[in-house]
Design a protein around this ligand. Structure first.
Ligand code: ADP
Length: 602
């Protein structure tokens, strides 16, 4: 049955394959190991094959692939960017889970009911209750699973909207995504699971009612056909697709985004084209605490540790522990449409992520509150009065002004003091493809589409009208694993399919593979019209992203630099790249900025 299915390619698929360029033949040096070298025929086969094809190498996709492989399925991941990690690598806070061994060791009396209620109420009672129950019930086992595959989530902190400390995170205070993605990638490598980079899924293959594969496009635009018994959509959200979020929410026109470039909602469009239903697509979260010049997200843990908001007049205007949507609105109601987070040395000392941000130059420091106010252009007496009142509220355990109840363990009294300017940006798309607790994609008639699974930000239903901090990583790990388990079980009902895939075009050229420390680094160079600032992300010792955070270059000229030069730096892991014709000064400026950033990454 299976063999017949594999041979019986649809005419449409054959037509698409006939235009294929030959598959890349250079094996990726780091992946896969010899036991799983992809099967190569002398000529590109009419269709590549696997039990399960996963679309998207973010957290959900990688968790799904690991689980599917552990269940015995052959699996491959298609990733449209030339790096892995998607939005996952940017996540800061941690992973929510309840009744875990780490909570118990700390005497935290959290319950599944409390996590259910917090998420349901935080999500404006729009969450799908069955999906939410599965999520809550599987949170602790997933923490155990992550620990078993080498991820440190042993510290437990307080998140906004949570009635107990349940945000599990690395014990050294690192941002969770920067630790999680390398751990997942290491686990893929161990299992010989290949990520095909620069391979964009463009169509799901449907035969009768069932999804039986994916048509993708490689970097040259050639079409590749992958036949499989199951497909997992793990393409993330649409927070980087302004046209799409404005379509669902016209009021967000012109908002900045915290998302990586690949978050363009492809999975929703792919699924809709085969009849899938969607839910809550107009539910879009803006993160209240994004540093406006760099779009760096400041974790809500900073508030959990005691930071407060003040406006340009030096006054508090809200409880800082309310949900993200309420805080975004509260900040946008201030005359300047931004706020400052104020913290002291004790908060700074407790978080490595904050110290990293301080090094990036986005945090203002002063020895006294008066001096801090002076630098920010705030009235000194007003800021001093606000902090004195706040410290009294902490001492009294009662915030009579705004009713804040959590994140009040320590006052702000240890000099020096710090301020971070923050404003809201589009951060997370709660809605997406309709799915069930088995991660099966549901069609517009309410029935599962055989062979099609989805997990992570591409789905809708879990978070309802607002996502709590710490629930995104929990979502992608819990449902990513479930998608891997369910899709592989479904696929293996037909027996095992041989893995036949093109050799992986490496994400990086192995011989020039960077020897950099993982992290996010800032650098500056001189362009034609002034300074150019960049932010370089290094994961698994490789440059995975170069973002221009400041530039006065002419947009039409700079376009070529962003299109050609920056991808060349990432592809070759080197700054020895050709300047873009007609944009020499801009090219030199970007190269100098990346060089400066990498100098700090050694
Ligand atoms: P999640 O948090 O749900 O795992 P992420 O944003 O971390 O989502 O990851 C989603 C990944 O899917 C990103 O790496 C993104 O580039 C990738 N992706 C999005 N659309 C496609 C597509 N059409 N084909 C292949 N990969 C895709």
């Amino acid at each position: 049955m299976k063999k017949i299915k594999l041979l019986a390619l649809s005419l449409a698929a054959l037509f698409l394959v006939s235009s294929c360029a030959p598959a890349a033949t250079t094996p990726n040096a780091s992946n896969p190991p010899p036991s799983a070298v992809p099967t190569q025929s002398p000529e590109a086969p009419t269709a590549y094959t696997a039990d399960v094809v996963v679309i998207g190498a973010g957290g959900a996709g990688m968790a799904a692939a690991i689980e599917a492989a552990d269940q015995g399925a052959s699996v491959v991941i298609l990733e449209k960017m030339n790096y892995a990690g998607g939005n996952t690598v940017r996540s800061e806070g941690g992973m929510n889970a309840t009744e875990t061994t780490f909570q118990k060791a700390k005497g935290i009396a959290d319950t599944r009911q409390a996590m259910f209620d917090d998420t349901y109420e935080g999500g404006k009672e729009l969450s799908d209750k069955e999906i939410l129950q599965y999520f809550v019930d599987n949170s602790a086992p997933t923490i155990d699973w992550l620990t078993s595959i080498g991820m440190d989530v042993s510290d437990v902190g307080q998140g906004a909207g949570a009635s107990f400390a349940r945000m599990h995170r690395p014990s050294d205070g690192s941002k969770v995504g920067g630790v999680l993605v390398p751990v997942l990638m290491g686990n893929l490598e161990k299992r010989g699971i290949t990520i095909l980079y620069s391979t964009k899924a463009v169509e799901l293959i449907k035969e009768g009612d069932a999804i039986t594969g994916v048509v993708a496009e490689d970097a040259s635009g050639a079409k590749l056909t992958f036949k499989s018994d199951a497909v997992v959509l793990a393409t993330g959200g649409f927070g980087a697709n302004e046209a799409m979020y404005v379509k669902y929410r016209p009021d967000l026109a012109g908002f900045a985004t915290t998302n990586h470039k690949g978050a363009t909602g492809d999975g929703i469009l792919l699924a809709e084209a085969v009849g899938a239903d969607t839910v809550n697509t107009d539910q879009i979260q803006t993160n209240p605490t994004v540093e406006p010049k760099t779009n760096i997200v400041i974790s809500e843990t900073v508030r959990g540790k005691g930071a407060i908001f003040v406006n340009q007049s030096g006054l508090r205007f809200t409880s800082e522990m309310l949900t993200r949507d309420v805080l975004s609105t509260a900040i946008l109601q201030q005359p300047e449409k931004y706020a400052y987070m104020i913290l002291d040395q004790a908060v700074m000392d407790s978080m490595a992520a904050l110290q990293e941000n301080y090094k990036k130059g986005i945090i203002t420091k002063a020895e006294t509150l008066g001096a801090l106010a002076g630098t920010l252009g705030i009235d000194a007496a007003a800021l001093e009065g606000t902090i004195a009142a706040w410290n009294k509220a902490v001492a009294d355990k009662s915030d009579t002004e705004f009713g804040r109840e959590t994140g009040m363990d320590a006052d702000l009294s240890l000099a020096p003091y710090y301020a971070i300017q923050v404003a809201p940006a589009v951060h997370y798309t709660m809605g997406g493809v309709k799915f069930d607790t088995q991660t099966r994609v549901i069609d517009t008639a309410g029935k599962p589409i055989p062979g099609l699974y989805a997990a992570g930000e591409v789905t809708g239903g879990l978070h309802g009208g607002n996502r709590l901090g710490g629930n995104a990583v929990a979502d992608i790990m819990i449902f990513g694993r479930q998608a891997g388990a369910q899709s592989s079980a479904f696929a293996l009902e037909n027996g095992k399919t041989e893995l036949v895939i093109p050799a992986a075009a490496p994400a990086v050229t192995p011989e020039v593979q960077g020897d950099y420390k993982d992290g996010v680094y800032e650098g500056e160079g001189k362009g034609l019209n002034g300074p150019i600032k960049v932010q370089v992300t290094v994961i698994g010792s490789n440059i995975t992203e170069v973002r221009v955070t400041e530039s006065a270059e002419t947009a039409s000229i700079f376009e070529g630099v962003e299109r050609d030069l920056i991808p060349a730096i990432i592809r070759t892991q080197s700054v020895e790249v050709d300047a873009v014709t007609g944009a020499t000064m801009s090219s030199t400026g970007v190269v100098a900025a990346v060089t400066a950033a990498l100098a700090t990454a050694k």
